[in-house]
Design a protein. Structure first.
Ligand code: HEC
Ligand code: HEC
Ligand code: HEC
Ligand code: HEC
Length: 377
């Protein structure tokens, strides 16, 4: 389902500005970051902030960035400095271009090279990791020198800390849904660490500066996404703006597509149509329009019909008739069935047809029985 459009670059620009504003000291570079940072014009070289122990120069075989950085902190002016070492790892070879100027080494091999000297120089070692949980667990088993693994990988849910060998592995959910905190205390010179995960619900007040920044960011991102979609539509010969207002699909026949819209299904399945029309699915794009996210390719995929499929939803300028979660978002393309319903059967569906969209991060309360009850037809 993950389909990132060119508007991704616009978001990255603001994401980067936001991280600068927050004053982040150490960044571990993940597999997908390489191309995205380069697209932002940020050079991948040692800069005192970017780290990776296993992103290597293809020519020299040396790390492209600092494999680790050490930060010192102390509870008071008189207290001895406490040294925290950050070492970075990412899994996967996301760019297999043969002429690429870099390559990814196996994280465990890189850890073997750098951990011993880092251990010598600091009191506590944190590995910033970008890898599936299984790989993080393996890293902890292979190397005893890591106190904490802070993992972040695609859309994983927040999880309570787990202890593997000598390491504690923690994961704070992405998309700023929660804030991780490591609370250090020194007892007789030995660090004790409490990992905390704060859910950033609506009850947590926004930081005023950050909130103002977000208002500016959202307005600019939305305006530029809209502009990009309009340009693409014009390049495809769609001049007129029919982005807003069509919520049930138009009556025009879009013969180049095997999606026929709910209107067409409804000509024979009047009862199912009526149930659907009264459901949230029939209006799923409205909530994005209200939030000015209707041209955000990261959001629309689940709020429309046939995203990523041939003949499916592209954007509101070109395919407004496929906005919203229509019959064919669940049942699949229905042109042939609509023409010969007794000959061409629709595929039977089950609970799995829901969870591509109702995943834990976008629909945390989803459970098939009660959800189906609400839209049964
Ligand atoms: C993986 C599919 C998926 C993606 C991607 C997705 N949504 Fe949704 N969204 C859903 C589903 C499913 C629901 C219904 C959740 C429920 O009621 O259980 C929903 C509900 C919503 C709601 C109403 C409920 C609420 O939480 O207030 C809003 C607003 C929303 N989505 C906005 C967005 C935005 C903005 C994005 C992009 C950042 C986005 N969605 C991306 C699937 C998705
Ligand atoms: C959110 C997903 C979803 C949407 C949207 C949806 N359906 Fe369904 N539909 C299902 C599921 C699940 C079933 C029950 C399982 C099955 O029989 O395939 C079902 C059952 C049906 C059946 C009965 C099948 C049978 O064997 O008795 C018909 C007919 C039908 N849908 C037509 C429609 C039409 C027409 C629309 C649009 C107006 C629509 N559906 C929208 C998911 C959906
Ligand atoms: C021209 C009328 C007509 C149209 C248009 C039509 N259907 Fe049907 N549909 C039928 C008939 C008739 C049956 C029962 C077929 C049978 O029992 O052999 C049926 C059966 C179904 C079934 C049950 C499984 C099956 O294939 O027997 C589903 C699900 C379904 N339709 C969904 C849809 C969806 C979704 C659309 C729109 C994409 C749609 N239908 C469009 C007439 C139509
Ligand atoms: C193509 C993506 C998609 C699929 C597939 C899908 N949904 Fe949804 N569903 C959504 C979105 C998006 C919303 C939120 C719409 C809104 O609130 O505007 C939603 C909302 C709902 C709601 C309303 C929730 C509420 O709190 O009002 C129910 C119920 C629901 N879906 C049931 C189902 C069931 C059952 C299935 C599987 C048979 C299913 N959905 C399949 C995208 C999907």
């Amino acid at each position: 389902m993950q389909r990132l459009g060119p508007d991704r670059a616009v978001k990255n620009e603001w994401l980067w500005k936001g991280m600068e504003l927050l004053g982040i000291d150490v960044f571990n570079i993940g597999g997908n970051d390489v191309g995205e940072l380069q697209a932002l014009g940020l050079a991948l070289r040692k800069n005192g902030r970017f780290i990776s122990a296993n992103l290597l120069s293809a020519q020299s075989g040396d790390p492209l960035l600092d494999p680790y950085l050490i930060k010192t902190m102390s509870a008071s002016a008189s207290a001895p400095a406490f040294r925290v070492g950050f070492i970075g790892f990412a899994s996967g070879n996301h760019s297999s271009k043969s002429e690429a100027e870099y390559r990814w080494e196996n994280p465990s091999d890189s850890a073997g090279k750098w951990l011993p000297e880092l251990r010598e120089k600091c009191d506590y070692v944190i590995a910033l990791a970008c890898m599936p949980l299984g790989d993080a667990i393996q890293l902890a088993i292979d190397h005893k020198g890591i106190d904490m693994i802070l993992n972040g990988f695609e859309h994983q849910s927040a999880m309570p800390p787990i202890k593997v060998s000598r390491s504690t592995i923690v994961y704070a959910e992405d998309e700023a849904k929660s804030l991780g905190e490591l609370r250090f205390s020194l007892k007789l010179g030995r660090p004790a660490v409490q990992p905390l995960n704060h859910r950033l619900s609506r009850r947590v007040a926004d930081d005023a500066d950050m909130a103002a920044f977000m208002v500016k960011a959202k307005a600019d991102i939305s305006a530029r996404q809209t502009e990009m979609a309009l340009q693409t539509a014009q390049a495809h010969g769609h001049e007129h703006d029919h982005a807003h207002g069509h919520s049930h699909g138009s009556h025009q026949d879009h013969a180049d597509s095997d999606f026929v819209t709910s209107q067409t299904c409804g000509t024979c399945h009047a009862d199912a149509f009526q149930v659907w029309e009264g459901s949230a699915h029939a209006h799923a794009i409205d909530i994005l329009i209200r939030e000015r996210k209707e041209f955000d390719t990261q959001c629309v995929i689940c709020h429309v019909t046939g995203s990523g499929q041939p003949g499916g939803f592209e954007d509101l300028y070109r395919t407004a008739h496929l906005a919203n979660v229509q019959c064919e978002a669940c049942h699949g393309q229905g042109r042939e069935h609509s023409q010969q319903p007794t000959v061409v059967k629709m595929e039977p569906l089950g609970p799995n047809s829901c969870v591509t969209c109702h995943n834990p991060s976008n629909s945390p309360e989803f459970e098939f029985v009660s959800y189906w009850e609400a839209i049964k037809h």
